[in-house]
Design a protein around this ligand. Structure first.
Ligand SMILES: O=C(O)CCC(=O)C(=O)O
Ligand SMILES: [Fe+2]
Length: 218
């Protein structure tokens, strides 16, 4: 008998792992980020660099509210999509990436087969019911060697995950509080998005979903 598994992940001899491969180089780690202190950190960061609606280069308001922590933060305005060391709203450096965020992202990446991940950017997305994020690729980073680590907190959402081409088939996966998705290597430029958030109340976040997206941007 042959046991096949993805990347560096080990076979699930006891059936207790909840790692769900969703493609070559892509996995959902169910219940990986359940430390309630994560949300305290998000609140602290938002106290320094508030959530805000950014503008697309075409001048439209982005429905998802965003902030960042780490050495670099993702921004979008009339001048385009890019990473900046300073929050344009405050003129200050983005808040530091909390050690527990960094450790969590590094551990998730390692478990998914990407040891040595050192994120320098954490985009924090806030979704309220009715808000979505259309299919896109993450390609504003200086290089694509490092994976993306994406953590879901609060209300559940439906994650769409396709392939490297715009027209590739797209699968839907539900993401719940504490789930982490890692994609890299052959999946690094896969198209992905979040369907319109449904109404709901979560005991820890209320009527919203928070997503932390860790990247090596610079
Ligand atoms: O909210 C999510 O789960 C995905 C976020 C995302 O794809 C992004 O910020 O680029
Ligand atoms: Fe993305």
């Amino acid at each position: 008998m042959t046991i096949a598994w993805e990347g560096s992940m080990e076979p699930d001899l006891f059936g207790t792992r909840r790692d769900e491969p969703i493609g070559s180089g892509a996995v959902i780690l169910r219940g990986f980020a359940l430390d309630p202190a994560m949300l305290d950190e998000v609140a602290r960061i938002a106290g320094l660099s508030p959530f805000r609606h950014m503008q697309t280069p075409g001048g439209r308001r982005i429905g998802v509210e965003m902030t960042n922590c780490g050495a670099l933060g993702w921004v979008s305005d009339r001048r385009g999509y890019r990473y900046e060391p300073r929050d344009p709203l405050t003129g200050q450096l983005w808040p530091e990436m909390p050690p527990r965020f960094r450790q969590l992202a590094e551990a998730a990446a390692a478990l998914a087969g990407f040891p040595g991940f050192r994120p320098d950017a954490c985009l924090i997305n806030r979704y309220v019911p009715g808000v979505k994020m259309g299919l896109h690729q993450d390609r504003d980073e200086a290089g694509f060697d490092a994976p993306i680590v994406s953590v879901s907190l609060g209300l559940p959402a439906t994650f769409q995950f396709g392939g490297p081409e715009r027209g590739d088939p797209v699968a839907k996966h539900s993401l719940n509080h504490g789930d982490a998705v890692v994609w890299g290597g052959p999946a690094r430029l896969n198209w992905h998005g979040i369907l319109t958030l449904r109404r709901g109340e979560h005991p820890l976040t209320g009527a919203c979903r928070i997503n932390l997206t860790f990247r090596r941007a610079g």
